[in-house]
Design a protein around this ligand. Structure first.
Ligand code: SAM
Ligand code: SF4
Length: 510
């Protein structure tokens, strides 16, 4: 059981709103009140590129810099990439983004599942179906027994190993509750439908509200994976319009300094994200680069992942339909490519909010992670007969891609992409600073390739349809041949683990 004695307790929502933020933990990371998201600099950069086309020589220099150093670009360089409108030059950028992704992460896509724990919330975010006062929303907090039922489907029927656990912000889902849900996820083991092997969740990432350092330390002690907090918009003015001042989330500085606190608490895999559609995408991307650079400056560790959620229709709000900054699919694809070139080493997540067409299109735009067979209703996995079933009043927003994991794994395999269920990195201590260098030099990608093969084999034997299994096995043959060529001396060791996996041993990794 997690030791939660260091965590402050709150009697009700009003008490929580009044006392939750720890001002000293903001001030420490904004020395002399200067914010690392430099609004004046961003506005001046945007004014400088508005309506001007890119110099191809300069663009190619920046592509080369990103590819050769794998270091985060300066915002001014990112801005040059934003100027590109010529399709041929953009194609050069896309191809480079794909090459960088392959150098850092190889030809694999990491698979995960969202699992919503609660939709009670003390905040009033204008775009979100969970906001306080939205009477259309049916409220619920999963009990531990209900969570076990959800895991039985997510891990036991679908075959996920990696979760992103999602929480509203409310005293009933305090850090103590989050810690208990993480422990419950890890403890649950169920037999797989095809092989009968015991399977379960091996990595729990968390998407929740920003926390104080003491609380983050508790989550670290129960084995949190990545801590993910989306900034929604980095533009302070728009942020204040979307998040009422009476709400905890209304505090822009508390949210923007969240990852600095994570690093201090030892939670060094952090996931940044912007809710695209609330503000000019160029502002958001430039601010994201500034955020990544500030984390690197303080801790020598940048974001483990970037997420690219787009505003989706939600219950009781028109903001997702009426915002003046909504982006189309072409812009979304551009954003991904520019992000990959700007923060070359980071993981990039594209969720099932997107349509199948949009996700298929951006698979070669630098992305590294996706979710499938997702259900984001609270207790949706175990209550509904199919994962694809959606109910607006029970979920935060509507999903666009409801393809099953079997269909997606098969589709990826036909494009030469291996689906990875690997969770070895953080369990071997390859997180934060330890993994940054390995990523930048391409070493981690090669390790992950082996672990991807082992976990892909597990999933095929435990869950796949016959058709998917056949296509998947052909891909594994190719991958093993590649490993033999690349690591001839290590190959026998790899094969020993591979053959043990085929015999039904589980969770073998390097
Ligand atoms: N309550 C926590 C918070 O706001 O940070 C974490 C969970 S919240 C359920 C997760 C994310 O969902 C938010 O950060 C926001 O970016 C995203 N979200 C909210 N409303 C959305 C909508 N209408 N469409 C797409 N994403 C949305
Ligand atoms: Fe609450 Fe998060 Fe939704 Fe805002 S985005 S209303 S904080 S659940």
């Amino acid at each position: 059981m997690a030791d939660c004695t260091s965590i402050r307790k709150f009697s009700d929502a009003a008490d929580y709103r009044a006392r939750f933020v720890v001002q000293a933990e903001i001030d420490k990371y904004l020395p002399r009140g200067r914010h690392f998201v430099d609004d004046a600099r961003i506005n001046s950069i945007i004014a400088g590129i508005d309506g001007k086309s890119a110099d191809p020589v300069r663009v190619r220099e920046i592509i080369a810099k990103s590819e050769s150093t794998c270091e985060t670009l300066q915002p001014e360089d990112t801005a040059v990439l934003m100027q590109v409108t010529d399709p041929a030059l953009f194609e050069e950028m896309r191809a480079a983004a794909d090459r960088i992704k392959r150098k850092v992460y190889d030809n694999r896509i990491v698979m995960f599942a969202p699992l919503y724990m609660s939709n009670l919330c003390v905040n009033g975010c204008r775009y979100c179906g969970f906001r306080e006062g939205n009477s259309a929303q049916k409220r619920r907090v999963l009990t531990m027994d209900e969570l076990k039922e959800e895991i039985d489907v997510v891990a036991g029927r679908i075959g996920h190993k990696r979760l992103i656990a999602v929480y509203g912000e409310h005293p009933t889902t305090s850090t103590e509750y989050i810690a208990e849900t993480i422990e419950t996820c890890y403890a649950r083991q169920v037999p797989a439908p095809r092989s009968g092997c015991k399977v379960g969740i091996r990595r729990v990432n968390v998407n929740a509200a920003p926390l104080p350092i003491a609380d983050l330390k508790v989550l670290r002690s129960v084995g949190i994976g990545t801590f993910q907090v989306f900034q929604e918009t980095y533009n302070r003015k728009l942020y204040e319009q979307m998040h009422p001042a009476w709400s905890v989330k209304g505090n822009y500085d508390w949210r923007t300094t969240c990852f600095h606190r994570c690093m201090e608490a030892g939670v060094d895999d952090v996931g940044l994200g912007v809710l695209y559609g609330l503000c000019d995408w160029r502002y958001e991307l430039l601010a994201t680069v500034m955020h990544a650079r500030d984390l690197e400056r303080w801790f020598n560790i940048g974001p483990h992942t970037l997420s690219f959620p787009r505003l989706e229709p939600a219950s009781g709000t028109r903001v997702p339909e009426e915002s003046p900054w909504l982006i189309d699919d072409d812009t979304f694809a551009r954003i991904l490519v520019i992000a990959r070139l700007s923060v070359p080493y980071t993981g990039m997540i594209v969720t099932a909010r997107e349509s199948p067409e949009s996700r298929n299109r951006v698979l070669n735009h630098g992305m590294t992670q996706l979710d499938c067979s997702s259900n984001i209703a609270i207790k949706g996995y175990s209550d509904f007969a199919s994962e694809a079933h959606q109910e607006k009043e029970r979920q935060q927003f509507m999903l666009g891609d409801t393809r099953s994991i079997d269909e997606m794994v098969r589709y990826l395999a036909t494009r030469g992409i291996i689906t990875s269920f690997c969770t070895a990195g953080y369990r071997c201590g390859r997180t934060g600073g330890c993994i940054m260098d390995a990523l930048k030099t391409g070493r981690e990608g090669k390790f992950c390739k082996i672990n991807a093969v082992l976990t892909f084999r597990e999933w095929l034997d435990d869950f796949a349809s016959d058709e998917t299994r056949k296509i998947g096995e052909a891909l594994i043959e190719k991958e093993l041949a590649g490993i033999k060529e690349w690591l001839p001396k290590f190959y026998t060791t790899v094969m020993k683990q591979y053959e043990a996996t085929c015999r039904g041993e589980r969770d073998l990794f390097f």
